[in-house]
Design a protein around this ligand. Structure first.
Ligand SMILES: N[C@@H](CCC(=O)N[C@@H](CS)C(=O)NCC(=O)O)C(=O)O
Length: 215
């Protein structure tokens, strides 16, 4: 999606966490453009990404007023507050508190563990492949345990399950795609797995997911 003028810009790449931000922007009826950038694509706009986020991680959101945000939970919370009519965050205080907990839980525990699994070399001074494989295995075991906690805490909470899907659903669906999380949930928490798959099929998510799968 492209837009003339001062809309939002999402730094992202297909299959990455930028999908959750695109879902939120579309749900809020906001125009945006995608600036293709990632640390693993040398041909992408890495200089601009480094300037926006010294960690060179996506998603990054550049707002129409020039504010640049990193951290998916912060971006989704910001969009929820900036566009309350879109229902990205619950309006009622207790429900909103639970949604914020879920967003931060996913970012702090699940997304972070995916980062360790993807880049084990950053988390050990050992240089052998075997040592890195052990770090990756531990990260994935932790990640899958974190998703079990998430399933137990939110599996029957309307802040995740009730339509239309909001920010919590967007982040849960996108981050659970990685590092064997969905496969783990299918076996260990089948009803939560079914909920995530149902949410993924909702029009607010499905179009963005399809575009990201197509590359
Ligand atoms: N804390 C960040 C993590 C973002 C993140 O790890 N993004 C991945 C892509 S989905 C990334 O850019 N990884 C590349 C790298 O770490 O070099 C968030 O919640 O948004």
């Amino acid at each position: 999606m492209t837009a003339a003028g001062a809309g939002y810009t999402v730094f992202g790449s297909p299959g990455s966490g930028s999908a959750a931000i695109e879902m939120a922007l579309r749900a809020a009826g906001q125009r945006y453009r995608v600036r293709r950038a990632s640390s693993w694509e040398p041909e992408s706009d890495q200089p601009a990404l480094h300037a926006a986020n010294p960690l060179a991680q996506i998603p990054v959101l550049a707002c129409p007023d020039g504010t640049v945000l990193t951290e998916s939970a912060a971006i989704l919370i910001h969009l929820g507050l900036a566009h309350p009519e879109a229902g990205l965050l619950p309006a009622e205080a207790a429900a909103r508190a639970r949604a914020l907990r879920g967003l931060v839980f996913i970012a702090a525990n699940c997304y972070a563990a995916v980062g360790i699994s993807d880049h084990p070399e950053r988390w050990t001074t050992a240089t052998t492949a075997a040592a890195r494989d052990k770090v990756r295995a531990a990260a994935r075991a932790n990640l899958h345990r974190h998703w079990e906690v998430m399933a137990d805490a939110f599996g029957s909470d309307p802040v995740l399950a009730a339509p239309p899907p909001g920010a919590l659903a967007f982040l849960a669906v996108v981050v659970s795609q990685w590092s064997g999380s969905r496969q783990h949930l299918r076996v260990k928490r089948p009803s939560f797995h079914a909920l995530i798959e149902r949410l993924a099929a909702h029009p607010r998510l499905a179009a963005v997911l399809a575009e990201h799968q197509g590359g």
